[in-house]
Ligand binder design. Structure first.
Ligand SMILES: [Zn+2]
Length: 231
C-alpha cells in the first residue's frame, strides 16, 4: 500500500479529533503531504472517523488526481490542495467545526494573542477568512489569505483550519486554537480581555520555532513566519 504510514497517521489523527470532541460524525477532515512524492493522503468523504482504516484514506497528487484508494477524497480537498500549494512549510492540515472556534467564526471575531502558548503555536492573531461555499476553490483562496504567517485560521460561518509541518503539529494547533477560542469567548462575554504586547508575541513565537526545529526527528529549524503566500 502506497504511503501506508502516512495514511495510518491520518486515521489516528481523525480518531483523536473524535475522542477529544473537536469533530462529530463525519464533520471536518485531515490530510498530510508526503515530503518525498508530494502526494497527499486525505480523509475520505462522508465516513465516520472510527470506521476509517488506512486503506480507506485516498492518496492524491498535487492536482487532486487520485493516485490510490477506492474512496472519494473529502469534499474540502480544494482547500487542502491550495494550502499545500501556497505553503511549502505545511505538511499537514486539520479542518474542524470545533465549537468555540466556530462561535468566533460565526461572530466574525478574529482571535487576538491573549495567551503565550497560543501565540507561540498559532503565530499571532488568528484571522477570519471571508465566507465562501464549502468545497469551492474560493474557500481555499480565502483560507490561504487568512493563514498567511499563521498556523490557524477561522472560516467565517463555517469552522476552523489548523496547519503544521506534520500531523502532530497540526493537531496541536487545532487543540490550542479551540481551547484559546473558548477562553477568549468567555473573557469577551465577561469584560475586555487584555492582549499580549506584540514584542512578547514575537518572542514566544521565535522561541517555539527554534525549539520545534530542534526536536528529535526534525530536519533542523525551518521558517514558518518567513513563508509568504503567492497570489
Ligand atoms: Zn467544514
Amino acid at each position: 500500500m502506497l504511503l501506508a504510514r502516512l495514511r495510518a497517521e491520518v486515521v489516528g489523527v481523525g480518531r483523536r479529533l473524535l475522542q477529544t470532541g473537536l469533530v462529530v460524525g463525519t464533520s471536518g477532515n485531515v490530510s498530510a503531504r508526503d515530503p518525498e512524492t508530494g502526494y497527499i493522503a486525505i480523509s475520505p468523504s462522508g465516513m465516520e472517523y472510527d470506521r476509517i482504516e488506512a486503506d480507506d484514506v485516498p492518496v492524491v497528487d498535487g492536482q487532486g488526481r487520485r493516485v490510490e484508494g477506492r474512496r472519494r477524497p473529502s469534499t474540502e480537498l480544494p482547500t487542502h490542495l491550495l494550502v499545500y500549494r501556497h505553503r511549502a512549510d505545511v505538511g499537514a492540515v486539520v479542518h474542524t467545526h470545533s465549537t468555540y472556534a466556530t462561535v468566533l467564526a460565526v461572530l466574525g471575531w478574529s482571535l487576538p494573542p491573549i495567551l503565550g502558548e497560543a501565540a507561540a503555536v498559532l503565530g499571532g492573531e488568528v484571522r477570519v477568512a471571508e465566507y465562501a461555499t464549502t468545497g469551492t476553490e474560493q474557500l481555499g483562496r480565502y483560507t490561504v489569505e487568512a493563514l498567511e504567517g499563521r498556523q490557524a485560521a477561522l472560516l467565517r460561518n463555517h469552522g476552523a483550519i489548523a496547519v503544521g509541518r506534520d500531523l502532530r503539529e497540526a493537531l496541536q494547533a487545532a487543540w490550542v486554537l479551540e481551547s484559546t477560542a473558548r477562553v477568549y469567548w468567555a473573557a469577551r462575554v465577561a469584560g475586555s480581555p487584555l492582549l499580549l504586547p506584540p514584542d512578547e508575541v514575537m518572542r514566544v513565537r521565535q522561541g517555539y520555532l527554534a525549539h520545534y526545529g530542534q526536536r528529535p526527528g526534525g530536519s533542523g529549524p525551518r521558517s514558518v513566519e518567513g513563508v509568504r503566500t503567492s497570489p
